[in-house]
Structures are given as structure tokens and as C-alpha cells.
Design a protein around this ligand. Structure first.
Ligand SMILES: *[C@@H]1O[C@H](CO)[C@@H](O)[C@H](O)[C@H]1NC(C)=O
Length: 254
């Protein structure tokens, strides 16, 4: 469907106004800059008037590629124009020093980091980056701790390697072929960490939730009635003889 720019703006403002008035939570907003400074300043003032609590600005237009430099220059004008809410800078913040740099240049109150953090989450460390191997291993451990679906862990790991141009590393190819959290863990020597953590998690679930059923319950749509961190999937926690018990660490559908 095609919308004229003006009607898109009106729609965005209506959405924000409605959210602010009805959702009962603080609302914040993130935009990209428009083709001209004047249009952008007009937009940010309209957004400010909706009552949002903060505005993040990604300093590229809709059509700019991520390889093009983010236009930080416009931020000081936005900060000048929008007096009542904090402005958050976003785009091309790659290291801890960039945070100070963009703040000094533009007077934004804070900074939002996306690809920089995905490439190396230790970007937030005041003392500077951690060694690459340390970061990758710490990330994978967190994935184990939170029972993160391996597809997501794999995607994020591959992105870390791609963005930082480590795709020639021997583990890169192994990772791209991995089909489970276990395979990912064994690449980094974390197989026994996975075993230990899974045992801990299993015990925790067993203690907290009694096994209620020997078959996965179905809701009225015929779907499994149990959700868990991996999505709407029943989880086989244990086998007792012939009987398989299912436990849900999360929500059971009504
Ligand atoms: C930032 O704010 C200070 C204090 O209001 C002001 O003197 C300075 O000119 C501002 N810098 C920019 C880049 O707008």
C-alpha cells in the first residue's frame, strides 16, 4: 500500500498520541532523519508534542545504507529544537569513546548502540573492549544460562564474526553448520558447562513445578498447551520408565 509522506506523519503522530494517553506506561519513540533538516525538525517537534518521554534519532534517512556515515551533525539542531525531552543519538557508535564524542559534539543526553553492541557487547565497558574470545564465550554462556534457542545464538554469533570481519576464523565455518546449542558449545569447549547448567535448570524446574501430565496438553487450536523459553513447544524434561513427563517452566494456556 502506498502512503503519502504527510499522511504517514499524521498516522505516526496519532499512534504516539494514542499510546501516550492510553497505554499507562512511559512511551518513547525512535525515528530516522528525513531528507531535509527542516522536515526533520518539524517532525521532532510534532513528536515532542505528543507527550513521549524520550526521542531516539537514527542519523540516517530511510534510503541511506548502513555503510554510509551517520549524520550526527543534525543532532545539535534537534537538541536545540526539542527542549522538554531527552534526545538519544543512534548510528555509528562503535566504541566507548564514541559515546563521549557524540555527546560533546551534539549535547544529546544519551546514546543508543545497536550494531556496535552486536559486534562486540563489551563496547559498554569504560575500560575498553575485552578480547574477542572472551566476549564470544561469555555470550554463549549466557545463551546456555537462559536456554536461548540455538538458532538465535547462532545468528548472533555469526553476526559478531561477520561485522568484525572474523569470518576467516576456523570456528566460523563450524558455527555456520551447527544445529544445536550443544554443537555451538562444543566448538568453544563449553560442552561440560552446558551439561552442568542443564542439570541445574532441570532440577529447578522439577522443584518448582510438579509434573502434571504424561502427554503434552493441547489447547483448543490443537497446539501444544505449554510455552517455554523456546517458544510454543512442549518440553520433555525427563523420562520415567515408559512414561514421559512434561513440565512447563512458563505459562500454561487457559
Ligand atoms: C551544548 O550546550 C551548551 C550549554 O547549553 C552550549 O554552550 C553549547 O553551545 C552546546 N553545544 C552544541 C554543539 O550545541
Amino acid at each position: 500500500m502506498y502512503f503519502h509522506f504527510a499522511s504517514l506523519t499524521v498516522m505516526a503522530i496519532q499512534i504516539l498520541t494514542n499510546l501516550v494517553q492510553n497505554c499507562g506506561k512511559p512511551v518513547t519513540c525512535k525515528i530516522r532523519i528525513l531528507e531535509t533538516k527542516d522536515k526533520t525538525l518539524e517532525l521532532v517537534k510534532m513528536i515532542e508534542s505528543t507527550g513521549v518521554r524520550a526521542l531516539a534519532v537514527h542519523c540516517r534517512t530511510k534510503d541511506m545504507r548502513s555503510s554510509e556515515r551517520a549524520q550526527w551533525e543534525i543532532l545539535s539542531d534537534i537538541v536545540e529544537a526539542v527542549r522538554t525531552i531527552p534526545i538519544i543519538a543512534n548510528g555509528d557508535v562503535w566504541c566507548f569513546d564514541d559515546i563521549d564524542k557524540v555527546k560533546k559534539l551534539t549535547n544529546v543526553s544519551s546514546v543508543m548502540i545497536a550494531r556496535g553492541a552486536q559486534t562486540n557487547p563489551s563496547v559498554f565497558r569504560m575500560e575498553g573492549f575485552l578480547r574477542y574470545e572472551e566476549v564470544v564465550s561469555a555470550y554463549l554462556k549466557k545463551c546456555v544460562d537462559t536456554d536461548n534457542p540455538y538458532q538465535n545464538a547462532k545468528y548472533t554469533l555469526l553476526e559478531m564474526y561477520t561485522e568484525s570481519k572474523h569470518t576467516k576464523a576456523p570456528e566460523y565455518k563450524l558455527m555456520s553448520q551447527a544445529k544445536s546449542l550443544r554443537e555451538l558449545c562444543s566448538i568453544f569447549g563449553l560442552g561440560s558447562y552446558l551439561d552442568e547448567q542443564q542439570a541445574v535448570q532441570c532440577t529447578r524446574v522439577k522443584t518448582a513445578i510438579p509434573a502434571t501430565t504424561s502427554t503434552p496438553p493441547q489447547n483448543e487450536n490443537g497446539n501444544c498447551g505449554i510455552t517455554n523459553p523456546g517458544g510454543c513447544k512442549c518440553r520433555r524434561m525427563e523420562s520415567e520408565g515408559e512414561q514421559v513427563l512434561y513440565r512447563s517452566p512458563h505459562v500454561v494456556f487457559a
